[in-house]
Write a new protein. Structure first.
Ligand code: UTP
Length: 295
């Protein structure tokens, strides 16, 4: 019998060194994309896919993350007194989104190590992992499609994006076979950040996973890999190679995705989302055209 997936795990304990000094005293997941922290987009995505039990894996500087999803009574009272219902709704929205839980990672020893911290909370159920710095455009479907496949196949499902060969060394890369379903492939192997020119395909792993609970035992047996970190990709490679716990499938994503942990991609995300907003879009687009014409 398949168990309905209801829990989301959001690792947000990385050091964010590519974004220093902004991330010296603040997690990169709190960087705003237009006027909302990246992490709120991610929690909203989990909730939209039906996952309202959210466990966040936090590290140093965790307070900003917890505070963002908590009540701020002083601010609420001030806005209430002013009768500013619109701003009050913005403040309250993140508080009532989901049932939020937090666990500390301690030392950031890699994404696999962060996911392992979720073992007690998740128990023996399949669950989703959403990376806190990876944004999927809310207008494009990914997570619910992955959940559908994981539930019907009782298997692990990862998200794959086709990237240019020159960019393959920045990602985990999958070796795949067709399944007969257009957007689904079977994953037979995975390699974390292969050296340039050695990638087995151009299917890159992006920050959405639907995992079976067996992943925890596999992670416990996974030694540190690339960068001396416990890599989730290495544990997934074990499942893909052995076919354990139903094996690994990939949903090929053809929508819009932004890696807000990377400075250039972060700026692009801000520009795109601002340009497409009803309130800011017209004025911002007019300015950016004028600016680009002068470059
Ligand atoms: P990244 O590799 O992008 O995060 O991890 P990082 O290490 O913070 O980045 P840089 O290279 O130093 O800038 C992807 C996701 O996994 C989380 C991060 O917070 C991010 O959401 N992560 C990574 C953890 O929670 N714990 C870790 O030990 C590593």
């Amino acid at each position: 019998m398949t168990t309905r997936i209801s829990k989301a795990v959001i690792p947000a304990a990385g050091l964010g060194t590519r974004f220093l000094p902004a991330t010296k005293a603040m997690p990169k997941e709190m960087l705003p994309v237009v006027d909302k922290p990246a992490i709120q987009y991610v929690v909203e995505e989990a909730v939209a896919a039906g996952l309202d039990d959210v466990l966040m894996i936090t590290g140093r500087n965790k307070n900003a993350l917890e505070n963002h999803f908590d009540r701020v009574t002083e601010l609420e009272a001030t806005l209430q007194a002013k009768g500013d219902a619109e701003k009050l709704a913005k403040v309250m929205h993140s508080t009532s989104l989901a049932q939020m839980h937090y666990v500390r990672q301690g030392d950031p020893r890699g994404l696999g190590h962060a996911v392992l911290r979720a073992k007690m909370h998740v128990g023996h159920e399949p669950f989703a992992v959403l990376l806190g710095d990876d944004l999927i455009d809310a207008r494009d479907v990914l997570l619910s499609r992955m959940i559908e496949e994981a539930e019907s196949r009782t298997a692990t499902v990862i998200a794959l994006l086709e990237v240019e060969p020159e960019a393959a060394h920045l990602y985990g890369i999958a070796t795949v076979e067709e399944t007969g379903t257009d957007d689904v492939v079977r994953v037979t192997g995975l390699v974390e950040k292969p050296p340039t020119g050695s990638a087995p395909s151009n299917f890159a792993v992006i920050g959405r996973y639907v995992l079976q609970p067996e992943i925890f035992e596999v992670l416990e047996q996974t030694p540190p890999g690339k960068g001396d970190e416990i890599q989730l990709t290495d544990a997934l490679q074990t499942l893909a190679r052995t076919g354990q716990a139903g094996g690994v499938y990939g949903v090929v994503f053809r929508g819009r995705r932004y890696d807000t942990g990377d400075r250039l991609d972060y700026i692009k995300a801000t520009v795109r989302l601002a340009a497409e907003r009803d309130d800011l879009g017209p004025a911002f687009t007019a300015w950016i055209k004028e600016y680009a014409a002068g470059l």
